[in-house]
Design a protein around this ligand. Structure first.
Ligand code: FES
Length: 164
């Protein structure tokens, strides 16, 4: 008997696509729908894949160039996959004078990615940011919702390893 996996796979509806269909149906007739559609779609996919943006453009009858204009204007939207853990390195003034740049450099080496990039295994996304309001603990990083302060480069490996 021949294997039916491919056939069966072909019949499986993609749950993300179904959700996207629901989002588009909900907003289709509404004015100013683009931003909420993009926000909800990003919640489903974790980012905004190119083919999804094409579908949004088509369904909402908004030129693709305008869709990209909005996506690239707002920092909340992401065109590439994001890591499971978002590592933010503060480069605000207090952190900078206490060695923030060295912290960033060490993390870049440790993770093998540059500022703004995501590791291939999607474990980490690395971003530098301005002051996060914990200057008394400088230099500071955030991993997801956790703040880690008074850092030295030698502490970083252990901290990063906690995040699967
Ligand atoms: S400058 Fe880094 S927390 Fe304020």
């Amino acid at each position: 008997m021949s294997c039916q996996c491919a056939v069966e796979d072909g019949l499986q509806p993609d749950p993300k696509e179904i959700k996207l269909g629901e989002i588009l149906a909900k907003y289709k007739q509404q004015k100013g729908a683009l931003i909420p559609v993009l926000q909800e779609t990003q919640e489903v996919y974790g980012y905004l894949p190119a083919e999804v943006l094409r579908r949004i453009s088509f369904e909402l009858k908004i030129p693709l160039s305008k869709v990209y204009g909005v996506v690239t204007f707002y920092a909340q939207f992401h065109l590439n996959p994001r890591g499971r853990n978002i590592v933010r390195v503060c480069l605000g003034t207090a952190c900078h004078v206490r060695g923030g740049a060295k912290i960033l450099e060490t993390i870049q080496k440790e993770l093998g990615i540059e500022d703004g990039q995501t590791s291939e295994d999607l474990r980490y996304t690395l971003e530098s940011i301005a002051c996060i309001g914990a200057c008394g603990l400088a230099p500071v990083i955030m991993v997801n919702e956790d703040t880690h302060g008074r850092l030295t480069p030698d502490k970083l490996g252990k901290i990063l390893a906690q995040y699967e």
